[in-house]
Design a protein around this ligand. Structure first.
Ligand code: ATP
Ligand code: MG
Length: 411
C-alpha cells in the first residue's frame, strides 16, 4: 500500500480524553478512530491487524474441528426469555421506529441462538460431538468503556460453542480448546496465563480465563512463579506470597487483561431449548455444551499495551499490518518504486512511504509509530552505494544492504 493513497493521517499528540496506551497509540497511528465512548472504527491499517488476528484464530479453530458460521446480531427477545437472560445482562434493546416495545436485543453472546438452531438438526448420538464458531460484532452496554479497545460497547468476538453426548467427551474437547487458545495467543505474540475463575455449571467446577499480565488490566490474578498455576482474585483465597498448592512455589499477585474465557455450560441451554439426543441405548438425554470466547479488539489492544516504546507500537510479525515499511527519501530515479513493485511481486506485504513534501524525520517518526517489523530506506546516499538501509523496529542500529539482497533479507 502506498502511504500517499491512505486517506488517514498520523498524529503527533495523544488524542484528548484517551488515557490508555493502546487507544493513544492506535489512534495516533491511524489504526482506529473513536466514534463514541467504547465505539471504534477500524481504519485500513487497524482492519489489516484485525484480519491477521481473525485468520490465526480461524486456523486454530478449524484444526480442532470448529466450523465457521455467522449468526444474526439482531436477537429476538424470545431467545433470551427462554433462559431469563433478558433482564440480567447489560445489553442494548432495539426498538423499530414507531414501535412501543423493543422486540430485539443486539447480540452480546449467542448460546441461546445456536442451541435453538442445533435443536432442529441434532437428534442422535451419531450427530455428536460438533463445534461451531463465528467472528462477529457483539454489543454490551459497558459502563466502564475507558480503556480503548480493551472494553468496548461494540466489539468483535470469536465465539465457539461445542456440543457433546457425555461429560467425558466435553472435558476432552475443553482441553483441546485450551491448547488451541494458548497457541493462538502465542502466535499473536502474547504469553497468556491459564487462570481458574468463577462460574461453571458442574458441581464444584470453574471457568477458565486467559490472562495477559499488564498494569492496565482490570483483573487481579495470583500466579505461581514456579509452575504457572493461576487463580483469579474473585475466587481465590490466596494472598501474595502464599505457597502454591500444586508445587509449593510462590504465588505472585499481578494485574492482567482477560483476552479469552472458556466456560463449561453443562445442560443449562440444552434444557432451555429442548436440545436432546437419543443415546446408544435408545434413551433421550440432554446435550452437554461448552462456550469459548476471544475478543479480537481486546487482544489487539493487549498486544499494544505489552509491546510498545516511547516512539510507538512494536508489532509482532504475525500481526503487523505490513512486514516492511519502505521509505523513499529524495530518490529522483524511481528506484524505490522499483523495489516496491519487486517486493509486491514477491508477495511481501509492504507499506510504501512515497509521500512528497515530508521530511526524513517525519517519515521515520511515522514508521516508528506504526510499528512494522522492518524499515527500509532508499535515498540518494544509499543509492550511491547501490544499497538500501535496513533497520528492525526492535533495534537501534541500521545496516546497509546491497539492493540485490533485499529479497533474501525478507525470506
Ligand atoms: P469481562 O470479564 O472482561 O467483562 P466477560 O467475561 O464478560 O469479559 P466473555 O463474555 O467471556 O467476557 O467474552 C469473551 C471475550 O470477549 C473476553 O474474554 C474478552 O476477550 C472479550 N470481551 C468481553 N467483553 C468485552 C468488551 N466489552 N470489549 C472488548 N472485548 C470484550
Ligand atoms: Mg470474563
Amino acid at each position: 500500500m502506498r502511504l500517499s493513497k491512505l486517506f488517514t493521517k498520523t498524529a503527533r499528540e495523544n488524542p484528548r480524553g484517551e488515557i490508555s496506551v493502546n487507544a493513544q497509540l492506535l489512534e495516533r497511528g491511524g489504526f482506529i478512530y473513536k466514534n463514541s465512548a467504547g465505539v471504534y472504527t477500524f481504519l485500513p491499517l487497524g482492519w489489516r491487524v484485525i484480519n491477521k488476528i481473525a485468520n490465526i484464530i480461524r486456523e486454530e479453530m478449524n484444526k480442532i474441528g470448529g466450523v465457521e458460521m455467522l449468526m444474526p446480531a439482531l436477537v429476538e427477545k424470545k431467545y433470551l426469555d427462554a433462559t431469563k437472560r433478558w433482564d440480567v445482562e447489560i445489553g442494548f434493546e432495539v426498538r423499530g421506529k414507531g414501535e412501543k416495545k423493543a422486540g430485539f436485543v443486539l447480540g452480546w453472546t449467542h448460546e441461546e441462538v445456536l442451541t435453538e438452531i442445533a435443536s432442529k438438526f441434532i437428534s442422535s448420538y451419531k450427530d455428536l460431538p460438533f463445534a461451531a464458531y463465528q467472528i462477529q460484532t457483539k454489543f454490551r452496554n459497558e459502563p466502564r468503556a475507558k480503556s480503548g479497545l480493551l472494553r468496548g460497547r461494540e466489539f468483535i468476538m470469536k465465539d465457539l460453542y461445542s456440543f457433546h453426548a457425555s461429560e467425558e467427551d466435553f472435558w476432552r474437547y475443553y482441553e483441546e480448546v485450551k491448547k488451541a487458545y494458548l497457541k493462538i495467543f502465542h502466535r499473536c505474540g502474547l504469553e497468556a496465563i491459564y487462570t481458574v475463575a468463577a462460574g461453571g455449571t458442574f458441581t464444584g467446577s470453574n471457568t477458565h480465563e486467559f490472562q495477559v499480565p499488564a498494569a492496565i488490566g482490570e483483573d487481579t490474578i495470583f500466579v505461581c512463579e514456579k509452575c504457572g498455576y493461576a487463580e483469579n482474585l474473585e475466587i481465590s483465597r490466596f494472598k501474595a506470597g502464599d505457597a502454591c498448592p500444586k508445587c509449593g512455589g510462590e504465588m505472585v499477585e499481578k494485574k492482567a487483561i482477560e483476552v479469552g474465557n472458556i466456560f463449561p455450560l453443562g445442560t443449562k441451554y440444552s434444557k432451555a431449548f429442548g436440545l436432546q439426543f437419543v443415546n446408544e441405548r435408545g434413551k433421550k438425554e440432554y446435550v452437554i455444551m461448552g462456550s469459548y470466547g476471544i475478543g479480537l479488539g481486546r487482544l489487539m489492544g493487549a498486544v499494544v499495551e505489552v509491546s510498545h516504546d516511547e516512539n510507538g507500537i512494536i508489532w509482532p510479525e504475525s500481526l503487523a499490518p505490513f512486514k516492511v515499511h519502505l521509505i523513499e527519501l529524495d530518490d529522483k530515479k524511481g528506484e524505490a518504486d522499483n523495489i516496491y513493485e519487486r517486493l509486491l511481486h514477491n508477495g511481501v506485504e509492504v507499506l510504501f512511504d512515497d509521500r512528497q513534501g515530508k521530511t526524513a524525520g517525519e517519515k521515520f517518526a511515522d514508521a516508528d509509530l506504526i510499528g512494522c517489523p522492518i524499515r527500509l530506506v532508499i535515498s540518494e546516499r544509499t543509492l550511491r552505494e547501490k544499497s538500501v538501509e535496513t533497520k528492525s523496529r526492535r533495534e537501534k542500529e541500521v545496516k546497509l544492504l546491497p539492493l540485490t539482497k533485499v529479497l533474501d533479507l525478507l525470506k
